[in-house]
Design a binder for this molecule. Structure first.
Ligand code: 2AM
Length: 483
């Protein structure tokens, strides 16, 4: 018989995805530009399931049952377009092309549009969980047409990881929705890691705790509301000793964070959508600062003034570990709330109709931000599909209310000690901004009206106004009365 599905692009992600599919009892056609990878896969793992190797794209396509389901797993960008261009002439109306790479959602929108014109379904799907996830069960975020999900969904749900009997895979929305959601997932991952790093830094600087002691702290935190993969592996990394020097591993790693770009994409998109994702933005910028090696060295050589106070003593130290835990939790709530706001905004902008509770559900397993916390987010959206902010959900509002004293203490302490905590402090500033009755944006509007006649609206009347600043200071209504 013919294969149920095909995978082309057999580097480690594609190979693992194909093995995962085969292990679930589906006949999987496998292909790669360089044929040796196909033979290697079959030689090494052929016993795991029903692999159908092909050395040409023509044979590969011919080995697939209709409608054909082809998963492309190549490097995002030009390679994806090259494979699509080669593939499309071999396909027939109704066939489904899946891009499981890390594409930018705008590229996915373009490709989906082009393929739809040719009668083909194009599914851009986020796949989270790295190499291990691809093999053992990733979190899968497929976009594209609903019709294509009917043919594809069952296989994807089979290979996705299960949490409490629910697969971490669901239909996300049309065209670029899947890749968009995957992008925001990565952005949230940046923010989460930055917050964890700030917690570590504050405790290490403020209390002089060793990495090994901090590993115990994170282990303990992992027993509570912060329980998550990232907190779990933070303890592992902090406990790890460097084999060659015996020093804490974290002390032998160059302190310059790198990035592959999805955090930057998230912030770029948020800027376009006008959504304040301060947690993600601060995380991207903190990585940029860490990577500014020349500038950092120049500053270190010259020396720039900082506070004299070093370590926390006495009452200042008392309860500080738990205060940082609470600050971390509250900041994390804000970062996730912002990420979900971005999904909301894009969903409206592009007409995707994304079910946010389902996104929290499929992030509970497989992916890097998997956490107990996501159950709370799912519950919040289950209670209210139209929730205007996660911070408005009773559970989260109360959690932040409980944490806020500690949160303020931690941010104030960071400022006093001169320990940078951009994630904690920007999250708090966002929270306080959102809470405010009157914001100083009124003054900004006034300034804009003075220097640029940009007009303003009044609190007590309809319409748009301008002050004749260079004349007698009287006010003019700018719009016509009948508007
Ligand atoms: P290769 O083994 O022939 O290099 C990751 O690089 C994967 O993407 C590999 O399977 C690689 O194939 C594939 N790939 C990269 N560029 C490609 C292209 N232009 N066409 C087809 N496959 C490509």
């Amino acid at each position: 018989g013919l294969a149920d599905v095909g995978v082309t692009g057999l580097a480690v992600m594609g190979r693992n995805l194909a093995r995962n599919i085969a292990r679930h009892g589906h006949a999987v056609a496998v292909h790669n530009r360089t044929a040796s990878r196909v033979d290697e896969l079959v030689a090494e793992h052929g016993d795991e399931g029903d692999f159908r190797p092909s050395h040409s794209l023509e044979d590969f396509v011919a080995s697939l049952a209709k409608p054909r389901r082809v998963i492309i797993m190549v490097k995002a960008g030009k390679a994806t377009d090259a494979v699509i261009d080669e593939l499309v002439p071999l396909l027939e109306e109704g066939d489904i092309v899946v891009d499981a790479g890390n594409a930018h959602y705008e590229d996915t929108r373009r490709r989906e549009h082009d393929l739809r014109e040719r009668g083909l379904h194009f599914v851009g799907t986020g796949v989270s969980g790295g190499e291990e996830g691809a093999l053992e069960g990733p979190s899968i975020m497929p976009g594209g047409s609903r019709e294509s999900y009917e043919a594809l969904g069952p296989i994807l749900e089979d290979i996705a990881v299960d949490v409490d009997g629910t697969p971490c895979c669901t239909y996300v929305g049309p065209d670029g929705a899947g890749h968009f959601v995957k992008m925001v997932h990565n952005g949230i991952e940046y923010a989460d890691m930055q917050l964890i790093a700030e917690a570590y830094d504050l405790l290490r600087q403020g209390l002089d705790l060793s990495p090994a002691q901090l590993a115990d702290v994170f282990d303990e935190w992992n027993e509570g509301d912060l329980e998550s993969f990232l907190v779990e592996i933070t303890a592992r990394v902090l406990r790890h000793e460097d084999a060659s020097t015996g020093k804490p591993f974290v002390d032998v790693v160059v302190d310059q964070a790198e990035q592959k770009g999805t955090g930057r994409w998230t912030v770029q998109s948020a800027l376009d959508l006008g959504v304040p994702v301060t947690g993600i933005a601060e995380a991207v910028f903190a990585r940029a600062l860490s990577g500014a090696a020349g500038q950092r060295k120049a500053v270190l050589d010259r020396g720039l003034a900082g506070p004299s106070g070093g370590r926390l003593e006495g009452a200042d130290a008392e309860g500080f570990v738990d205060a940082v835990r609470q600050a971390l939790y509250a900041s994390k709530v804000v970062a996730y709330a912002q990420g979900f706001d971005q999904i909301t905004a894009a969903s409206q902008e592009y007409g995707w109709d994304i079910d946010r509770g389902m996104m929290a559900t499929i992030w509970r397993g497989g992916c890097i931000i998997r956490a107990r916390f996501l159950d709370r987010i799912k519950q919040a959206y289950d209670k209210d599909q139209h929730l205007a902010s996660l911070l408005l959900d009773d559970y989260f509002a109360e959690a932040v209310a409980d944490a806020q004293d500690a949160w303020r203490r931690v941010v104030a302490t960071a400022v006093r000690l001169g320990v940078p905590a951009p994630g904690f402090s920007s999250a708090l500033a966002y929270y306080d901004g959102l809470r405010r009755d009157r914001l100083p944006a009124a003054l900004v509007q006034g300034l804009r009206d003075l220097f640029g006649a940009h007009t303003y609206r009044r609190v007590d009347a309809e319409g748009t106004y301008h002050v004749l600043w260079s004349e007698d200071g009287s006010e003019e209504r700018q719009d016509t009365q009948d508007q």
